[in-house]
Design a binder for this molecule. Structure first.
Ligand SMILES: CC(C)(COP(=O)(O)OP(=O)(O)OC[C@H]1O[C@@H](n2cnc3c(N)ncnc32)[C@H](O)[C@@H]1OP(=O)(O)O)[C@@H](O)C(=O)NCCC(=O)NCCS
Length: 238
């Protein structure tokens, strides 16, 4: 049955009273008017973003907070997983052994970042997001993010956490630019970054040698005014 679908008010970066309305019958083909509304980034079509809304699972409360001493224990509880390690460029079979010493070192490292935050979903820590390589002169920093468990991937947590991190970067931190590096085969992360407003700015060809194979690295970036425009229009904040 066709009918309007409104995401919960206020949960999607859209002010209450302005619900996103989509014809359910046409979820594979958004209304032409929406498809014509293209983002300045040609890789991101608004219609795609609207389809993403429809695929989301039950809304989750994603929250960023400063790391605490007890997060070393949380990190230790999630043994490294091959599919996640690969996205950071680890070779197959090169998984580190989980130890409390390793997790304590990890926590100290997160705490030492320009901005290092834990991601909580419905009150449970599920990963981290950080800004590093801060340049005060150029008002820029580099973003890195990682969820601890495969079970959390692809459920919209990354988008929400990155949006919150960018709110902080372009708000209280006063940055002008945030960029990142991502392996070109990490399509899940790339889709997440595009949806958060990052642009593909260039490619470092064959920048990573993993298991004897060269892989490209993408350079992606977002500027303060681009993020603010997105926050104001509410088009993307999933
Ligand atoms: C990168 C990461 C933080 C993104 O967070 P996330 O919660 O998984 O991402 P989201 O659910 O918000 O968005 C993922 C996008 O990829 C899509 N996706 C999901 N599974 C996918 C897959 N197997 N392949 C390609 N795309 C996939 C989703 O549909 C979504 O895009 P869409 O809404 O346009 O359809 C998370 O995946 C992660 O921690 N990965 C492992 C570590 C990593 O890669 N870190 C980044 C290194 S640069």
């Amino acid at each position: 049955m066709a009918g309007p679908v409104a995401p919960p008010a206020g949960r999607w970066g859209r002010p209450a009273g302005q619900p996103l309305t989509v014809n359910v019958d046409k979820r594979r083909r958004p209304p032409a008017a929406l498809v014509r509304l293209r983002d300045p980034d040609p890789e991101l079509v608004v219609g795609e973003v609207f389809r993403s809304h429809l695929r989301r699972e039950a809304p989750m409360d994603v929250h960023l907070r400063p790391p605490e001493t007890s997060d070393a224990e949380v990190h230790y509880r999630y043994p490294p997983q091959a599919s996640i390690a690969r996205m950071y460029g680890a070779a197959a079979g090169a998984l580190p052994k989980p130890t409390m010493a390793r997790s304590s070192e990890w926590l100290a490292w997160i705490m030492g970042q320009s901005y290092g935050a834990m991601m909580d979903v419905d009150g449970e820590p599920v990963g981290h997001v950080r800004l590093h390589s801060l340049s005060e002169a150029d008002r820029k920093a580099r973003l890195a993010i990682g969820l601890f468990s495969e079970a959390m991937l692809g459920r919209g947590v990354g988008r929400r956490a990155i949006t919150l991190c960018l709110d902080h970067a372009f708000g209280p931190m006063g940055l002008h630019r945030v960029d990142l590096r991502v392996l070109a085969f990490n399509t899940r992360a790339i889709r997440c970054y595009l949806a958060c407003g990052f642009h593909h700015e260039g490619t470092e060809r064959e920048a990573a040698l993993i298991d004897g194979v060269w892989h490209d690295d993408w350079i992606m970036g977002i500027l303060a005014h681009e993020h603010q425009r997105r926050a104001a229009t509410g088009i993307v904040n999933i």
